[in-house]
Design a protein around this ligand. Structure first.
Ligand SMILES: Nc1ncnc2c1ncn2[C@@H]1O[C@H](COP(=O)(O)OP(=O)(O)OP(=O)(O)O)[C@@H](O)[C@H]1O
Ligand SMILES: [Mg+2]
Length: 256
């Protein structure tokens, strides 16, 4: 972990998009997936991104995480401007600074849970910080499953391996695209609780796309997207307050 004092962490920005636009195709088939989006993700903050299907949530996350190119605007991870990087530098930045949790867990079936967790560091030729690794494994409750392969684990356990993998390399920021979308509500709650703990106790920064108001309520704030734009933001969300907002947007969508 870095030695930045907690007070600084709460104000420092882990990632930022400024006037970010992403346009697919041309002419009549053109789709404006992101329309001049500006948003900051502060360190040690848990942000949920919500919005209707096709509103640009995954596109925003992929662009900010350096997984996708954008049409205009800029993205920063920490102090680094992504647009200024060559492919190799971008790959390195992704590997060193960013953790991903996808809906399909993306675990390698032939590796054990532990090998899956340390895989990104193994690829990078980095030695895991054993103490940190133990902390992460203890926190996700996988200590007695480390030698199991993914097929020998439940869905929730597999997703916890994916969460541990994202955290183990101590990324500056973790992105999850519906990380609990495939889980039953109990396993989902475990994974979300763990993500929230990693923010509270380890000062991890987390950005998560979700459709579920209950999942969003684990976050510190919710950013709402519609038609490629940020249309609202809620701090200290509850499942009810998020549901209310979603209903308002639905109502607007029907009348316009
Ligand atoms: N490769 C592509 N080519 C053309 N259009 C695309 C492409 N990828 C995404 N889009 C369009 O961009 C818009 C935003 O897509 P995106 O995947 O970001 O939505 P989303 O909010 O994540 O939706 P969902 O909740 O369904 O996952 C959509 O209208 C989609 O059809
Ligand atoms: Mg999506």
């Amino acid at each position: 972990m870095t030695t930045t004092p907690i007070a600084d962490r709460t104000t420092a920005v882990a990632a930022r998009a400024t006037d970010l636009s992403k346009i697919y195709g041309q002419g009549e088939t053109q789709v404006v997936a992101l329309d001049r989006v500006s948003v900051a993700f502060r360190q040690a903050e848990f942000t949920a991104i919500m919005g209707p299907s096709g509103s640009g949530k995954s596109t925003l996350m992929h662009c900010v995480a350096g997984l996708d190119t954008f049409s205009s605007g800029s993205v920063r991870i920490g102090d680094t401007e992504l647009g200024s990087l060559k492919d190799k530098q971008l790959t390195k930045l992704r590997r060193d600074k960013i953790g991903f949790i996808f809906q399909a867990f993306n675990l390698l079936p032939t590796l054990t849970a532990l090998e899956n967790i340390t895989l990104p560091m193994d690829i990078a030729g980095r030695k895991p910080d054993q103490q940190w690794l133990d902390t992460v494994i203890r926190m996700v409750g996988l200590a007695d499953r480390l030698s199991h392969r993914p097929s020998q684990l439940s869905g929730g356990q597999q997703q916890r391996v994916a969460v541990a993998r994202a955290l183990a390399a101590k990324p500056d920021i973790i992105f999850g695209d519906e990380p609990t979308g495939n889980l039953d509500s109990r396993s989902g709650a475990e994974v979300l609780g763990f993500l929230r703990n990693s923010v509270r106790e380890l000062q991890q920064t987390v950005v998560m796309v979700t459709h579920d108001p209950v999942a969003a309520a684990y976050a510190d704030r919710v950013v709402f997207l519609a038609d490629g734009r940020i249309v609202d933001e809620v701090y200290g969300p509850t499942a009810d307050s998020v549901l209310d907002r979603m209903k308002q947007f639905d109502a607007k969508g029907r009348t316009s």
